[in-house]
Design a protein around this ligand. Structure first.
Ligand code: HEC
Ligand code: HEC
Length: 392
């Protein structure tokens, strides 16, 4: 489900521009250095440069700085700053909790960040629950071994609907709050660039990362030249189809009750719904999504959305503000179809404008809509388009 959402998330325009500038800048550099090859050895770099004169320029120092934000395990790249657990809690409740839960346990949709670690893990640096086969969940704090990764991820990618909107101090604060939930730091802690390396020494799974594998290209971190799984390719008389030797008979599938309901110690991880035959439960048979599924629209819209000027303008606005990550005109995505919203709230412009700004939960199901930061006028414009029937 998330890869589906990811595919729809547009690349922020600033990034796209910077990436392009860097690409062009980099290739210009290569051209300048290389010596032209023999005339008929294809298009030489120089000839290529000449056929596109004036294209590209070196990225400016500012552009590179905006792009070069990674924070490494040794905290190289970490900006100076600090933030308290208390301030982090305010940010969390305003900008994160509606997706990740008040305690990081997450709601029905988003995977849990906190839970499953103990004080003992903080001492040992290995999360004991990871080795238990009967422990149902894997939270972020159970797995992550480097605090830099948590800081970096929040800094570059969260909140999901508005990445890179937090200041460095805010990232420190909200990271401190998450660490306090996991009892890695006390409630009155202030996390900063000065003490983050000390806190790293308390990460519950800090010794849980293995670098003796071939995933890393270089020799750093004791990397291995070969992968740790070494299959031998079959070269003759190879089986073309796998043969199933045994399977779970249908009558046994639900023998112990619905496994899905028994698999929820932390957060919303879903197991198989064993009340329906395997493979028969469509993605939406998931109780959560089913509860919120809007009825399928009776007929597709008569004209393609783009053909109607009112639709075109409104849809352009929804695109500009990334509403289409969750909404489509005629079908339910994460949120209800705009056509369904229009039907339910005909004429209620003010209500809709306020819901667009504030977000909410429970009208269409348990999946929350985060508050949206868009200009009042744009929210009004979308609201009156919806109130007037969404182009119908
Ligand atoms: C609109 C919903 C939403 C909001 C709001 C949101 N997140 Fe997230 N968060 C997600 C989703 C979805 C993912 C998984 C993204 C992915 O895999 O690409 C995620 C992933 C994460 C992760 C990484 C989890 C992992 O194990 O990989 C962290 C940490 C995180 N969010 C922290 C935050 C913080 C801090 C905030 C507030 C500043 C925030 N999120 C706000 C939806 C949200
Ligand atoms: C992260 C996903 C997400 C994004 C982004 C999002 N929405 Fe929603 N939206 C939802 C969900 C889920 C609901 C259903 C909430 C509920 O059940 O109360 C919803 C509901 C609505 C509603 C109906 C509210 C009601 O009370 O019936 C409107 C109107 C709406 N969204 C408009 C927008 C607009 C406009 C944008 C962009 C500015 C937007 N949404 C962005 C997920 C999203």
């Amino acid at each position: 489900m998330f890869s589906f959402l990811k595919a729809r998330r547009p690349m922020p325009a600033v990034w796209a521009r910077t990436a392009l500038a860097l690409l062009l800048g980099a290739s210009a550099g290569v051209h300048a250095q290389s010596t032209p090859g023999p005339i008929n050895a294809g298009v030489t770099p120089k000839a290529h440069a000449q056929s596109y004169p004036g294209l590209g320029r070196p990225a400016t120092a500012k552009e590179i700085a905006a792009w070069d934000i990674d924070v490494r395990p040794d905290f190289k790249g970490l900006p100076k700053g600090s933030g308290s657990v208390a301030k982090g809690q305010d940010i969390w409740e305003a900008k994160c909790a509606h997706c990740h839960g008040v305690f990081g346990e997450s709601n029905e949709v988003f995977s849990p960040l906190i839970g499953g670690t103990t004080k003992k893990d903080v001492e040992t640096g290995r999360v004991a629950n990871l080795t238990r086969s009967d422990f149902p969940g894997r939270t972020t704090l159970m797995k992550v071994s480097t605090l830099s990764t948590l800081w970096d991820y929040i800094n570059r990618a969260m909140p999901w609907t508005n990445p890179k909107s937090l200041s460095a101090d805010e990232v420190y604060a909200v990271t401190a709050f998450l660490l306090s939930l996991a009892e890695v730091v006390p409630d009155d802690f202030v996390l900063s660039d000065q003490n983050i390396a000390e806190v790293q020494k308390r990460m519950p799974n800090r010794h849980g990362m293995q670098t003796r594998h071939a995933m890393w290209p270089g020799k750093e971190f004791n990397g291995m030249p070969r992968p740790d799984t070494q299959n031998v390719a079959c070269m003759n008389n190879c089986a073309t189809e796998p043969k199933l030797a045994s399977f779970l008979p249908d009558f046994a599938r639900n023998n112990h009750g619905n496994l899905r309901d028994q698999n929820r110690l932390i957060g919303p991880q879903r197991g198989a719904d064993t009340t329906t035959p395997e493979g028969k439960s469509p993605a939406l048979a998931d109780g959560v999504l089913q509860a919120s599924a809007a009825p399928a629209p009776k007929a597709p819209s008569p004209a393609p959305a783009g053909d109607n000027p009112a639709n075109k303008a409104a849809l352009a606005l929804t695109q500009k503000h990334s509403c289409n990550a969750c909404h489509a005109l005629d079908k339910k995505l994460v949120g209800p179809a705009f056509a369904e919203i229009a039907k339910k709230h005909a004429g209620k412009t003010d209500y809709l404008a306020s819901k667009i700004k504030l977000g909410g939960q429970g009208v269409w199901g348990p999946i929350p809509m985060p508050a949206q930061s868009l200009p009042e006028a744009d929210a009004k414009a979308i609201a009156s388009w919806l109130a007037a029937g969404a182009g119908k």
